[in-house]
Design a protein around this ligand. Structure first.
Ligand code: SF4
Ligand code: ZN
Length: 732
């Protein structure tokens, strides 16, 4: 580590520690040292300080203690006549910097200054990244949809360069955080001036205008090892190793570097995140002395993203259909307003549907796009609204009728990933918009078909040999074929509805989350989907056909050991091996004994409420208090990391209305509390299940936040409505 950099990092750290102290002392003088603080929606206090030291900062007074840790890490600047690597000094300064920045930002929150709102443009920056966002994005990070994330600090030399760099990151599906300034400008401002959509939907997230705001990105990174990695707070070596091995992050430092940028950079390097600069900095290569360290430079902005990807060792495969607009998951969340729409299909405005159908190999022609409709070109060119039927015919030696639904579900992503094209809904309630901008770039009706053909091939390579797409635009054709499609949807639903755990010999595993939670295995059965809600048994089956060595493996059931609790010899054998010995046995249908492990990206948590002799279910993102005395974020912090926690379990929303939901514990009748929003979401299926269980009025006996937020009132309410759980066998 060059003396120069060490000096800059040490100066930066000292400066920040002094600023943190000043701000903190002022806050304590004004509000007292007992003032309680937490960042919005996190169970991890000040996450960096908590992960590294194990010290939970809860009050201003605690911050003072934590600042002491930072001070201990400060060194004197290197003297000129001494030569040594100064590695430890720089890295210590980096960590001191992160602690000080965390305290500075916390105090800013207390003073109502965060998230930062730009007085000129009105833009509200994201500020602290919540646990909820982290958990909901977990799945994209593990399944490779989002191969990594970047922090851009500073400003590009021009607005156009800023746009080009960010677009390249979007096309590579990298989540990008923006912070800091240089030369009085910032990438955030540059993108804003060019009218680029910012936010989680487009994967360009402005954190704040200063270098210190980069800490929010590092705070999000460090929570991955707490949430998914099950690393203990205070075990800093384990956290740093996890970050280096599993969190694929890097920084692009644009514009000149000052002391604060160097010291923040040293903090990031501690975590294994390299930085690529566009200025003439001393290059540092990994030395093997520390965990990892690298600073590199690239003056050519058209190569800087690629350089960073190489330095961090990211593997990125981008599959793009031949269309005249940008393509990738980063464009999926983009909205198209009515006034920006050139043409739209469906959405209750015109008849429309989308349907995947299995055909024989000899019946279709690969990659052929057929458009059926009189003068369809003229109708399209006119814009406005048009009926549209999309039929995707698939043939393949390994194609099965069961895969139709899996492939059909991807139509949404296939279309949405094109920039300037938008899709919502499915089946015969779909809605598609093509923007004026996309039309201007040359996007046509035929491209809608091309996108489907290319992406269906890409995504389902080994089950799909041929894809032919037919688009109907005349109302009479759309209505006629829609009838056939509806009959097919119905058949399909009937078949899937009748699939039970007993009716199959093979379950499927999902191991995707092992990249974050190494001992976690989801066992997906026909009646139980993965806990993230994104994959079910059919998806697992299809994925295994597509990639036999991938993250979804068949789990032969073996012998049934316990029908009530759902225990099978084959599942146990598989789990022992797939969890590296961490999980010995699993009961599929209970939370009380050897329940499924939880990784961290669960849609809901089921938790036992002994005083109510039942369970509550709480969905990710529900912000307020629950009868167990914890908010979702706190509760979620205690469940996860790939371990079994009897009494607590992560589940997918749709599991609630499965026949096998807590089957061994008495089933749906055990549910005593759910947030209102979740209740509404599952209402239809829930009421049906309750009727089957002989308790048709169960739904109205379930409490929610409008009835109570604590267990005493809950029991009162349950008694008053005579909830069935109260008279069931004791859960414990
Ligand atoms: Fe992770 Fe389970 Fe979802 Fe697979 S199914 S991505 S293992 S939560
Ligand atoms: Zn997961």
């Amino acid at each position: 580590m060059s003396k120069l950099i060490a000096s800059a990092a040490i100066r930066g750290a000292k400066n920040l520690v002094a600023r943190a102290e000043e701000a903190l002392d002022k806050a304590i003088a004004e509000k007292g040292k007992d003032l309680v603080f937490e960042f919005p929606d996190t169970a991890f206090y000040l996450p960096m300080i908590y992960a590294m030291t194990g010290f939970p900062v809860k009050t201003l007074g605690d911050m003072k203690v934590a600042l002491g840790f930072a001070k201990e890490l400060l060194h004197d600047e290197p003297e000129d006549h001494i030569w040594k690597p100064y590695l430890g000094e720089a890295l210590d300064s980096g960590m001191a910097t992160l602690f000080a920045e965390e305290i500075i930002l916390a105090v800013r929150y207390i003073n109502g200054l965060e998230p930062y709102k730009c007085p000129e443009t009105g833009l509200v920056y994201n500020g602290f990244i919540t646990d909820t966002i982290q958990r909901s994005l977990g799945i994209q990070l593990v399944d490779g949809t989002m191969p990594g994330f970047a922090a851009i600090i500073g400003a590009a030399p021009t607005e156009d360069i800023a746009v080009t760099i960010c677009k390249e990151l979007q096309e590579k599906n990298i989540l990008t955080f923006l912070s800091g300034q240089s030369n009085g400008d910032s990438v955030t401002r540059q993108l804003q001036r060019k009218g680029v959509q910012l936010g989680w939907d487009t994967r360009l997230v402005p954190l704040g205008p200063d270098t210190e705001h980069t800490l929010y990105a590092l705070d999000w990174a460090i929570r991955a090892s707490l949430i998914f990695g099950n690393k203990k707070a205070g075990d800093f070596a384990a956290h740093l190793k996890y970050q280096k091995d599993r969190v694929f992050a890097f920084a692009l430092a644009l514009g000149p570097l000052d002391d604060i940028k160097w010291s923040t950079g040293a903090g990031a390097i501690n975590m294994g995140f390299p930085a690529v600069c566009d200025t003439d900095v001393p290059v540092i290569h990994p030395t093997g002395v520390c965990l990892y360290e690298e600073v590199d430079k690239e003056f050519d902005h058209s190569k800087i993203v690629q350089k960073a990807i190489e330095v961090r060792g990211l593997k990125i495969i981008v599959e793009k259909p031949p269309i005249p607009v940008s393509y990738g998951p980063a464009f999926e969340g983009e909205r198209i307003r009515k006034e920006d729409t050139f043409i739209e299909f469906g959405g209750q405005r015109t008849p429309s549907f989308e349907w995947v159908r299995t055909r024989e190999l000899e019946d279709i022609e690969d990659n052929k796009i057929v458009i059926v409709g009189e003068n369809w070109q003229d109708k399209f060119e006119k814009g406005g609204q048009l009926p549209l039927g999309i039929v995707i015919d698939i043939a393949g030696r390994k194609m099965q009728k069961d895969f139709e639904a899996v492939i059909e579900r991807k139509i949404h992503h296939n279309i949405n990933e094109a920039q300037g094209v938008w899709h919502m809904g499915q089946r015969d309630i779909n809605w598609i918009r093509i923007s004026n901008a996309a039309k201007k770039d040359g996007f046509t009706l035929e491209h809608l078909g091309i996108v489907q053909a290319t992406m269906t091939h890409n995504r389902f390579r080994s089950i799909v040999d041929k894809v032919q797409v037919t688009l109907y635009v005349d109302e009479k054709d759309v209505l006629a074929v829609q009838e056939e499609a509806r009959a097919a949807y119905k058949d399909r639903d009937k078949r899937i509805g009748s699939l039970t755990d007993e009716a199959v010999d093979i379950f499927y595993s999902c191991l995707l989350c092992q990249s974050f939670a190494p001992s976690h295995v989801c066992v997906m059965t026909p009646e139980r989907l993965g806990l993230c809600g994104a994959y079910n048994w059919l998806d697992g089956k299809a994925a295994f056909e597509i990639d036999p060595t991938g993250g979804n493996q068949p789990v032969p059931k073996g012998e049934l050991l316990d029908a009530k609790y759902g225990r099978y010899t084959g599942v146990d054998d598989y789990l022992k091996q797939a969890s590296g010995g961490a999980v010995e046995t699993l009961n599929l249908y209970t939370i009380m004994e050897n329940p499924m492990t939880s990784c961290g990206c669960f849609e809901c948590i089921v938790a036992i409420l002994p005083e109510a002799n039942g369970v509550m279910i709480i969905n990710r993102g529900f912000p307020t208090m629950t009868p167990i005395g914890m908010k979702f974020s706190t509760l979620a912090g205690t469940v996860g990391g790939g371990v079994q926690s009897p009494g607590f379990m992560g589940i997918g929303v749709n599991f609630i209305t499965s026949n096998k939901f807590l089957f061994g514990d008495g089933g749906i009748k055990r549910v005593v509390w759910m947030p209102k929003g979740l209740k509404e979401r599952v209402k239809e299926g829930f009421v049906k299940r309750a009727e089957e269980e002989g308790v048709p009025d169960l739904f109205d006996k379930i409490a929610d936040e409008s009835i109570c937020e604590d267990s005493e009132k809950l029991v009162e309410f349950l008694t008053q409505v005579n909830h069935p759980a109260l008279s069931m066998d004791p859960m414990i």
